[in-house]
Design a protein around this ligand. Structure first.
Ligand SMILES: *[C@@H]1O[C@H](CO)[C@@H](O)[C@H](O)[C@H]1NC(C)=O
Ligand SMILES: *[C@@H]1O[C@H](CO)[C@@H](O)[C@H](O)[C@H]1NC(C)=O
Ligand SMILES: *[C@@H]1O[C@H](CO)[C@@H](O)[C@H](O)[C@H]1NC(C)=O
Ligand SMILES: *[C@@H]1O[C@H](CO)[C@@H](O)[C@H](O)[C@H]1NC(C)=O
Ligand SMILES: *[C@@H]1O[C@H](CO)[C@@H](O)[C@H](O)[C@H]1NC(C)=O
Length: 578
C-alpha cells in the first residue's frame, strides 16, 4: 500500500499504463492517460440536434438518423450494462483502478457529425464510406465524424471499447484521455460464412452472431442456407421444398425470419446475403422434386460427391430451369432490399453424377462443360435482373472454364494459387483460403471408418483440413500475399467459413470467436501496420484478451485466448523465445 500522495500517484500511473485495446486496431491512434468518467446523462447530438439515449431503441426505418439513434442506444447500454470491471487484465493486488474519491472529471458531450447523405446503397455491399474520426479531449468533449451512418456506428463501437466499469459499480470511466483516432478499413468485404444446412441455427443464434460481427467491424454475413443434407428455407411459391427438405418443421426460416435477420444486420452495418449452392450440393430438393436431381444419396458417396448425401441438379433439364425460375422469382425480390449479392455456389460438382442422368449419360468434360455454361448463364441473368451481383465458388471458372460476366465475384477457398489465377484473369475475389480461414477444420473426422473395431483405418482420425486454424494462424494470413498491386486491388476481402457438420448452437460461439476477430483485424486494419511491418501477435494478444472479455460480458461465448495468469500478467510472462 502507498500512503504519500505522490508515490501513490506515480504507482497508479505506472499500473494503468494503458493498452487501449481497441479491436480491430484503428489506422491511427494516439492516447494519453487522463481519467474521464461517463455519465448516463451525457449530451449527445447528431448533426447539431440533440439525441436522447433510449434503451433498446429499434430503428423504425433504415435511415441514417434512425440507425444512428439505435447505435447510440446500443453503445451506451453496452458500456453501462456489460459490467466490465477489468480485474482479469491486471495483477491481483495491484493498484490499477482510478480512485473516484480523488475527484471526477466528466465527459460532457458526444457530438456526432455525419457529413454525407445515406443512400439505400449505404446499407449494401461495398458502396459505403466506412471511415470515421473520433476525438476525446481531456476537457471531456467527444467528437465523432463520419461520412455515412455506418461510419458513425464504427466510431461508436470504438468509443465503447475505451470504457470500463469501476468496481464500486456506480462509475464508468476511460483511463485513456485524451484520445485521437482516425480509422477506415483496408478491405470492403469482411465476412463470416455460416452453414445452416448441415446443422440448423435458430434466428436468435444468427442475430447474436451479427451482434458480435458488428463489434468486430465485420460487415458481411454469408448464409450458406441450403445443401444436400437439408433445406430450411421456406419458399411460399413452393412450400413442399422445405416441408420435405427441412430436418424438422421447427428447423425452417420463414420469409419473416429472413427479413428479420437481414434487417437486423442492416441496422448494424452487417449485410446478410444468401447462397443456394448449385448444381451440386442440392440433394435435399430430391425429397420434394425427385425428377430434378441425379445421384441423390448414391453410394458409395465418394464416387459421386464429397460428403453424404450426394445429389445434383440435372444439367440439361427444362424442369430444373422452371423450378429455378420460380425459386428466384419468389426469393430474390425479398432479399434484394438488403443486399447487393446472391451466391449461386458451384463448388465440388462431381462429373460422375451426370452419368446417371438419362438425358446426358456422360462424365466427360467436353459434354458437361457447355451444359454447365448454359446453366450458369441462365441463373446469373436472373440474379442480375433482380438487381443483384452473382457470386460463385472458384471451381466454376477455374475447374470448369465457365465464362462469367465481368461483374461476377468469385469466392475462392483453395488457396493462394487460386487467388493469383483468379485476379490474373481480372475477377474480383473473396478469399476463404481453407488453410487459414476454415474455422471448422482440425477437430477430427465425423465420418466413421468401416473397420470400426480395429481403430487402424484412418488413424488418428484427422479431418481433411487438419490442423485447427488457431487464432494466430488465422491472424498470420495475408489475402494479398504474392499478388502484384493490380491483382491485389481485386481482392475485395475475405470470409472465415464455419461449415457446420459438427457445429450447432451448443458450440457455435466458441468455434467462431475469437478466431473470426483475428481475421476481422487483418481485413479491417490490414496485415501490416502503417509503417509496413507485419502486425505482431505480441501486440494483438493482450488486446484480444481484453476484447474477448467484452464479447463474453455482452453474451457471446467466445473461447478464451489465454489463461487468467497470462491475462493478468505482463505479456512477456507468457511468451516463447525458442
Ligand atoms: C478525418 O481526419 C482526416 C485528417 O484531418 C481528414 O482528412 C478526414 O477527412 C477525416 N475523416 C472524416 C470521416 O471526417
Ligand atoms: C467416378 O466413379 C468411378 C467409379 O465408377 C471412380 O473410380 C471415380 O473416382 C469417380 N470420379 C470422381 C471424380 O469421383
Ligand atoms: C468416368 O467414368 C468412368 C467409368 O465409370 C470412370 O472410369 C472414370 O474415372 C470417370 N471419370 C471421372 C473424371 O470421374
Ligand atoms: C479447363 O482448361 C484447362 C486449361 O486449359 C484444362 O486443363 C481443363 O481440362 C479444362 N477443364 C474443362 C472442364 O474443360
Ligand atoms: C510477415 O508475415 C508473413 C506471413 O503472413 C511472413 O511470410 C513474412 O516473412 C513476415 N515478414 C516479416 C518481415 O517478418
Amino acid at each position: 500500500m502507498c500512503s504519500p500522495f505522490l508515490s501513490c500517484l506515480s504507482l497508479f500511473l505506472l499500473a494503468l499504463s494503458p493498452v487501449a485495446a481497441i479491436w480491430p486496431a484503428p489506422q491511427s491512434l494516439t492516447k494519453d492517460s487522463s481519467v474521464l468518467y461517463l455519465h448516463q446523462n451525457i449530451q449527445v447530438t447528431y448533426n447539431g440536434a440533440s439525441m436522447s439515449y433510449i434503451y433498446g431503441y429499434v430503428p423504425s426505418k433504415l435511415t441514417g438518423k434512425e440507425v444512428v439513434q439505435a447505435g447510440v442506444s446500443r453503445t451506451l447500454a453496452g458500456i453501462f450494462n456489460s459490467q466490465f470491471v477489468p480485474w482479469k487484465l491486471h495483477k491481483p493486488h495491484s493498484n490499477w483502478e482510478p480512485d473516484p474519491s480523488q475527484g471526477q472529471k466528466w465527459l460532457k458531450t458526444l457530438e456526432i457529425v455525419q457529413s454525407g447523405q445515406d443512400q439505400p446503397s449505404t446499407f449494401k455491399a461495398g458502396e459505403v464510406d466506412e471511415s470515421y474520426n473520433l476525438t476525446l479531449s481531456a476537457e471531456g468533449d467527444v467528437k465523432l465524424n463520419a461520412v455515412s451512418s455506418i461510419g458513425v456506428l464504427y466510431g461508436l463501437e470504438t468509443f465503447s471499447q475505451l470504457f470500463y466499469q469501476h468496481s464500486t459499480g456506480i462509475f464508468w470511466y476511460t483511463p485513456y484521455a485524451s484520445v485521437l483516432i482516425q480509422d477506415a478499413p483496408q478491405f470492403p468485404h469482411r465476412g463470416v460464412m455460416i452453414d445452416t444446412a448441415r446443422h440448423f441455427f435458430p434466428v436468435s443464434d444468427i442475430l447474436r452472431t451479427i451482434d458480435a460481427m458488428a463489434w468486430n467491424k465485420l460487415n458481411r454475413l454469408h448464409v450458406h442456407v441450403t445443401d444436400s443434407q437439408s433445406w430450411p428455407l421456406v419458399l411460399p411459391s413452393m412450400p413442399e421444398v422445405s416441408e420435405m427438405g427441412a430436418y424438422h418443421p421447427s428447423q425452417t426460416y420463414s420469409p419473416t425470419d429472413i427479413d428479420r435477420i437481414q434487417r437486423y444486420g442492416a441496422e448494424r452495418g452487417v449485410e446478410v446475403y444468401l447462397e443456394i449452392d448449385m448444381p451440386g450440393h442440392i440433394g435435399a430438393v430430391a425429397l420434394s422434386h425427385p425428377e430434378l436431381i441425379v445421384a441423390y444419396n448414391e453410394m458409395p458417396f465418394w464416387w459421386w460427391c464429397s460428403e453424404p448425401p450426394c445429389g445434383a441438379f440435372k444439367l440439361n433439364s427444362p424442369a430444373v430451369d422452371a423450378f429455378l425460375e420460380k425459386l428466384f422469382d419468389d426469393l430474390l425480390p425479398r432479399v434484394a432490399p438488403y443486399t447487393a449479392y446472391f451466391h449461386t455456389g458451384g463448388d465440388e460438382l462431381n462429373k460422375n453424377d451426370s452419368m446417371l442422368d438419362d438425358a446426358i449419360r456422360s462424365n466427360s468434360s467436353t459434354v458437361l462443360q457447355p451444359l454447365l455454361q448454359k446453366f450458369i448463364d441462365t441463373q446469373h441473368v436472373r440474379i442480375r435482373k433482380a438487381g443483384l451481383t452473382p457470386i460463385t465458388w472458384e471451381e466454376i471458372p477455374l475447374a470448369w472454364n465457365v465464362t462469367l460476366g465481368k461483374d461476377t465475384v468469385v469466392h475462392s477457398w483453395l488457396g493462394s494459387d487460386s487467388i493469383k489465377a483468379l485476379t490474373g484473369k481480372g475477377f474480383k475475389v473473396i478469399d476463404s483460403n481453407y488453410n487459414f480461414w476454415y474455422l471448422d477444420c482440425g477437430r477430427g473426422q465425423w465420418l466413421s471408418w468401416a473397420n470400426g473395431n480395429a481403430f487402424t483405418m484412418g488413424y488418428p482420425f484427422n479431418d481433411w483440413c487438419s490442423p485447427t486454424k488457431s487464432w494466430r494462424l488465422v491472424y498470420s494470413y495475408d489475402p494479398t500475399a504474392g499478388l502484384a498491386p493490380e491483382e491485389a486491388k481485386l481482392v475485395l476481402g475475405g470470409e472465415v467459413a464455419v461449415w457446420s457438420e459438427t457445429i450447432d448452437p451448443a458450440n457455435l460461439d466458441t468455434l467462431i470467436w475469437p478466431r473470426a476477430s483475428a481475421a476481422g483485424e487483418v481485413l479491417w486494419s490490414g496485415r501490416r501496420d502503417a509503417s509496413g511491418q507485419n502486425r505482431s501477435q505480441l501486440d494483438a494478444t493482450p488486446r484480444l484478451n481484453e476484447f474477448r472479455e467484452r464479447m463474453v460480458l455482452k453474451g457471446v461465448r467466445s473461447s478464451p485466448v489465454q489463461m487468467t495468469f497470462c491475462t493478468q500478467g505482463k505479456p512477456e510472462e507468457c511468451e516463447y523465445a525458442l
